[in-house]
Design a protein around this ligand. Structure first.
Ligand code: NAD
Ligand code: UD1
Length: 341
């Protein structure tokens, strides 16, 4: 299948492009490099030996996106392109609403015009807020969002549902709600490239272990959890990438569905302290840390019930936390080596 991958130069997009190619599909990448650069395209090429068709531009630019559809027969779309920093979204909400919602509408309009029937969207476990039920099933209530970023995901899910269920609509849409994607490709050739000080836990840990940061601050150890730190469901980015390929293949089998949302997680809750200890153990390096105060807006415990995607789509995670932390460290070592040159 020919698959348009918006945001295909980014962290999850680049890993998905690799998996698409190894499954025999033909990805076409659209990216404006607002949070990535050409190095990921080079990495994709080195891993797969193929250089996918690439369009540089903005997914909100309808004339540009139309051109891609005019020039190619697109069988499916994976829409990763979006801004994802929670903090930034609080200081600049309009940029987040414009980018994340406008790009979705643009893609959906093109899908309609050019009769592309399969659409996969990057949603997030952030839509559940502080959950009432654990592990979290897809039927859990979507809570009022604590950030404009989270709100864009909720609004996008609503738009997708309305569009898919409209009369005469022939599009089939799946929103994948990612839990916490971590790790990198085992080759060490693609991975996460945070700009500036990382907000997310694993890039902060790898940079600290590398000596780029003095120490990690664990945001609170006074939560009512076994070791007092927050609990998350950390999923290897390669497993997550494969979930997209399985989902597209499932949609292409002519499923009788309009819109559905699926969790993509391991189903395992891991605490922040456990993750730091596992990182130290598998990589044989120390991560100096201090305990700080809680981070505003943090959820205490969040892990997926991944039953639905396993039963319907036949996907489940295969890689371990140790695999993800080894691959994340390998990636950090590679980019640090590269930076030195
Ligand atoms: P990323 O920033 O690495 O990748 C996103 C890519 O989209 C970047 O290459 C960026 O340049 C591009 N992009 C952004 N806006 C664009 C636009 N208007 N036009 C063209 N390209 C544009 O992020 P990621 O971690 O790979 O996340 C991908 C998607 O998954 C995002 O929608 C994100 O919100 C969602 N998501 C990510 C996480 C996570 O922890 N990484 C969790 C849940 C959901
Ligand atoms: C965050 C976002 C979420 C987004 C996801 C991916 C918030 C509140 N949530 O999820 O909406 O989808 O990133 O971009 O920002 N931690 C530390 N020290 C650090 C960094 C993190 O202790 O330096 C802890 C956090 O308190 C949290 C856990 O590690 O308990 C995971 O944090 P992070 O990687 O930022 O992910 P989330 O907060 O789960």
């Amino acid at each position: 299948m020919k698959i348009l991958v918006t945001g295909g130069a980014g962290f999850i997009g680049s890993h998905t492009v690799v998996e698409l190619i190894s499954a025999g599909h033909t990805p076409i990448i659209l990216d404006n490099f607002s949070n990535s650069d050409r190095s990921s395209l080079k990495g994709i090429e080195q891993i797969t030996g193929k250089s996918p068709l690439f369009y540089e531009g903005d997914a909100c630019d309808i004339a540009f996106v139309r051109r891609i559809f005019e020039e190619n027969t697109i069988d499916g779309i994976i829409h990763f392109a979006g801004l994802k920093s929670v903090g930034e979204s609080v200081t600049d909400p309009l940029r987040y609403y414009r980018n994340n919602i406008d790009s979705l509408i643009t893609l959906l309009e093109c899908a309609k015009t050019y009769h592309t029937k399969s659409f996969v969207f990057s949603s997030s476990a952030t839509v559940y807020g502080e959950p009432d039920v654990l592990p979290i099933p897809e039927t859990a209530e979507r809570k009022v969002s604590l950030s404009p970023y989270g709100n864009t995901k909720k609004i996008c899910e609503d738009i997708l549902q309305d569009v898919a269920t409209a009369e005469n609509s022939d599009i089939h849409i799946i929103a994948l709600r990612y839990f916490n994607p971590i790790g990198a490709h085992p080759s060490g050739l693609i991975g996460e490239l945070p700009i500036g000080v990382p907000n997310n836990l694993v890039p902060f840990i790898t940079q600290t272990a590398m000596g780029k940061r003095e120490k990690l601050t664990i945001f609170g150890d006074d939560y009512p959890t076994p070791d007092g730190t927050c609990i998350r469901d950390f999923i290897h980015v390669v497993d997550l990438a494969k979930a997209h390929i399985r989902t597209l293949e499932y949609l292409s089998q002519g499923q009788n569905l309009t819109y559905r949302a699926y969790n993509v997680g391991t189903g395992l809750g891991v605490s922040v302290k456990q993750l730091v200890e596992t990182f130290e153990e598998v990589n044989g390096v120390k991560v100096p840390y201090v305990i700080g105060t809680r981070r505003t807006g943090d959820i205490m415990t969040c892990y997926a019930d991944p039953t639905l995607i396993r039963n319907d789509i036949g996907w489940q995670s295969e890689l371990s936390l140790a695999d993800a932390l080894r691959d994340a460290w390998n990636w950090e070592k590679n980019i640090s080596e590269h930076d030195k040159k």
